[in-house]
Design a binder for this molecule. Structure first.
Ligand SMILES: Cc1cc2nc3c(=O)[nH]c(=O)nc-3n(C[C@H](O)[C@H](O)[C@H](O)COP(=O)(O)OP(=O)(O)OC[C@H]3O[C@@H](n4cnc5c(N)ncnc54)[C@H](O)[C@@H]3O)c2cc1C
Length: 299
């Protein structure tokens, strides 16, 4: 399977954005069946450049993540990436997982520190494990045979008390350890993304693709939950609109498509190398947004 760094390079040469779609591992057998029989085939028809699969909080989905990535590649011929975190694993366990990934034909990983399981009171490295994502990047680079992505935070990482410039300098350190591209946390005001990108490129000399993460809003309650977890800001005008839509999820989802389309149009005008969609395992919103942007089959 192809390396994602090569996919970004090819897309850049051809002057088109690389579209990627993120999935989570379904929690029930019914969810899993729906994913493989409906969501995935529907989104695969759009020919995204690649897909990615999350790694459950606390590393709870280890095998499922690798299995899903392998099936996306084998059954649909789409390059896929496994998210991998440092949570609850020793260095030898992480080495074993990377070796298993390689044996399954997985060539792309998103190297993350990870979030601890809910209610566990903050990230705690295990004895013989890693504290920060850059250590995982270094290990994966050392083992070789992977293209490596890392997470970036346009508003700064929630735990970084020193401010977002310090957080972005730590992001630069992950790139210096061997990361090939950056996928960002979701945001609703593109100004945050541009500020981070300009700082990384102009001040810190970063040359790897910096790719915005976009989430189509599907319900007000859900998005409020997400931003509480990741620290993203809901701008006042968006908050007012969500308030007005209340609990009408159908109307909110339609508005979410409109909002994400406008956000993506602006990002594309500003020359982003790609768009990474948090699909929440729903095919409809991403399909509609790519259709609105004239980017269906944009892989
Ligand atoms: C695109 C994307 C996908 C994601 N997928 C998943 C997933 O599948 N599973 C999951 O559990 N989570 C996922 N996350 C969430 C991510 O794991 C959390 O945001 C986590 O809290 C931080 O991970 P990181 O890799 O950015 O950590 P790091 O880069 O290690 O940073 C974590 C914190 O440590 C600080 N820090 C870094 N280096 C140092 C240093 N040397 N000294 C002091 N402080 C330092 C940083 O400023 C930051 O505050 C994802 C996030 C994104 C953006």
């Amino acid at each position: 399977m192809q390396f994602i760094r090569d996919l970004y390079a090819a897309a850049q040469t051809q002057g088109r954005p690389l579209i990627s779609i993120e999935f989570f591992t379904p929690k029930t057998p019914e969810g899993e069946a729906a994913f493989y029989t409906r969501t995935l085939p529907e989104l695969a028809r759009l020919r995204p450049g690649y897909c990615s699969v999350t790694y459950g909080a606390g590393g709870s989905t280890r095998q499922k993540t690798l299995e899903m990535v392998q099936r996306i590649q084998d059954e649909h011929g789409i390059p896929a990436m496994a998210h991998l975190t440092c949570v609850g694993a020793t260095r030898p366990q992480i080495v074993a997982l990377l070796e298993e990934a390689r044996a399954r034909g997985i060539r792309n990983i998103l190297a993350l520190r990870g979030d601890p399981p809910a209610g566990s009171g903050g990230f705690q490295p295990v004895d013989g494990g890693f504290r920060y994502a850059h250590e995982l990047v270094t290990l994966a680079r050392h083992l070789s045979g992977f293209s490596i992505g890392v997470a970036g935070f346009p508003e700064g990482h929630l735990e970084c008390r020193e401010g977002r410039h310090v957080d972005w300098e730590r992001l630069k350190a992950k790139i210096d350890c061997g990361a090939d591209f950056v996928l960002t946390q979701l945001f609703f005001d593109n100004a945050f993304f541009y500020e981070m990108r300009d700082y990384l490129v102009q001040r810190l000399g970063v040359r790897v693709p910096i790719v915005p993460g976009v989430i189509p809003i599907q319900s007000a309650a859900q998005i409020r939950r997400f931003v509480a977890l990741c620290g993203a800001t809901i701008p006042p005008r968006l908050a007012e609109r969500l308030e007005a839509l209340g609990e009408d999820d159908a109307a909110t989802a339609a508005f979410g498509i409109e909002y994400a389309t406008a956000q993506c149009s602006d990002l594309l005008r500003q020359g982003v190398p790609g768009l990474h969609f948090y699909s929440l395992n729903k095919a409809g919103p991403v399909t509609r947004i790519l259709g609105n942007l004239g980017l269906a089959s944009a892989g």
